[in-house]
Design a protein around this ligand. Sequence first.
Ligand code: G4P
Length: 528
Amino acid sequence: MSDAQQVLAESARRRTFAVISHPDAGKSTLTEALALHAEVIDSAGAVHGKSGRKGVTSDWMEMERSRGISVSSAVLQFAYRDQVINLLDTPGHGDFSEDTYRVLTAVDAAVMLLDAAKGLEPQTLKLFDVCRSRGVPVITFVNKWDRPGREALELLDEVEQTIGLRPMPLTWPVGIAGQFRGLVERETGAYTAFTRAAGGATKATATAVDATTIAAQEPEFWRTAQDELGLLDEIGQTWDEKDFLSGIATPVLFGSALSNIGVARLLDTLVDLAPAPAARADVEGHDRPLDAPTSGMVFKVQAGMDKAHRDRMAFLRLCSGRFERGMILTHAATGKPFATKYAQSVFGNERTTVEEAFPGDIVGLVNATALKPGDTLYASGPVEFPTIPAFAPEHFAVVRCKDAGKTKQFRKGIEQLGTEAVIQVLRSDLRGDQAPVLAAVGPLQFDVVSARLETEFGAPVTMDRLPYKEARLTDAEAFQVLSAQSETEVLRRDTDGAYLALFSNKWRMDIVMRKYPDLRLDAMPAGT
Ligand code: G4P
């Protein structure tokens, strides 16, 4: 097999996805359940049972533990059937939606996890919007079917009505939520009964049962399920690959991550139906073929993930070619070489050296001080993938170093957190270097900055919130006019030098817009 053929064959085996859900819908439980079904490739020992749950959710900061949120992202890579699955972790809290957005630029599909009792929740909706805007196909998994919840048809209706995504159930539950008996395969009619062993075992046992037997055992539940299946056929909620891939319909599965119901079916669906990596378009809109020389996109930069490793890691999604540890890549933004001697995979606290990777895989590059989210690395050919847009910030605060003796550390810390895109750093001559403005999509980002400046850089800070609510992209020409307006301020963003105009409220902004219709005041993508 030639090298190009091998790259194509390997990338065709990859399925790279993330789970989007509202906190508590069962993302961590599902991640564990998926991993338990699979042969973990790189992260031997990283898969824990329930007691070792914290090994699955990344726990690099005390704050994550105390608030039960996951800020950092990690990747679980495992083999299932003859495929390689890359599951990217996304932060659960809405305040880190920008971070989740970046992760979603690196996946080829998403699993939308719904709690059977709650249906579509706010964070799920926001994340789904991101998938839609990026054309990421979505598989829906209705979780917690082992306990009382809403009716299956009602949940499907909610998905269709609220987000306009046509549900295409692949399996159908027999028995109502809480009195769940088993799942029917829509295509074949095959029925699997799930029974929980006596004595409180959480994992259910799956048994194939023929239709006549179940019809006799559970006549009422079976009849209802058959009626519902008939209805689904009538209203056209049937599998259509084109509609799935173009993001207008979603295959739906029912199950329980905790009881291990429907989890293997989800993996089968990912393998059989989710798309493999495809050629990615560069900034000029040209697709970079999968078998072109090695290239990838940095979607996340993270420092201090683990107190034992005080380093900074860039997560690279491979877009083309074969990656080999040690190869020298070019950093498209600067044209400088980047050595990949320290390539790792990261999952929770586990790190393993990566020797080789293919399109769809994620490689963690250690000591990546020059890299920022959205950057491209390539082996040859120059290529640059589109950068990741910064979200419209809605919360602003002036940050100052508490200790005059720590000014250097403070400056270094702010600069690094800005490059990592933990927060947007804005400055103006008026405010000076010692008091930059931090701009966030969610206020928890301030807490992360504050904690990291203190623990990683030894620079405790104070934060004073500013009363701005609206931000627009503007330019140097508009600077004078806008600076003269009341309740308005213009600042420059560190990472790209962009001018941001901040307004105390929308009303104030509208007045300025009406008064100066020719000023550039562009909206940014909304994060909340
Ligand atoms: P998250 O990562 O999305 O925030 O959710 P997580 O997996 O932590 O699950 C939230 C809660 O829902 C957990 O209960 C978990 O055990 C439960 N859960 C997840 N999947 C299922 C399921 O299929 N069925 C049922 N019945 N429960 C499920 P908890 O009480 O908050 O935590 P724990 O004390 O059980 O760990």
